[in-house]
Write a protein that binds this ligand. Structure first.
Ligand SMILES: [Zn+2]
Length: 70
């Protein structure tokens, strides 16, 4: 996993640090992970109850495919 300072861009890092987050995409209920995308740099992020980290598009797509709306 990359260092936090190497993830996303200044704008989305600052959002996490300030207690907000980039634009929310969807929630993966089975993993209890929320996915976000930065409108500035396009980076995808996942947020668990422990951390937020940049993830690649494949990870987002796999979870989106498995997503079940309740
Ligand atoms: Zn960004």
């Amino acid at each position: 996993m990359k260092e936090f300072d190497d993830q996303g861009c200044e704008i989305c890092r600052q959002q996490w640090l300030s207690g907000t987050h980039p634009r929310e995409l969807f929630v993966c209920a089975s993993e209890q992970v929320s996915f976000y995308q930065c409108d500035a740099c396009g980076a995808y992020w996942e947020e668990t109850n422990r951390y937020a980290a940049q993830v690649d598009q494949d990870r987002v797509q796999r979870c989106r495919d498995r997503r079940v709306d309740v």
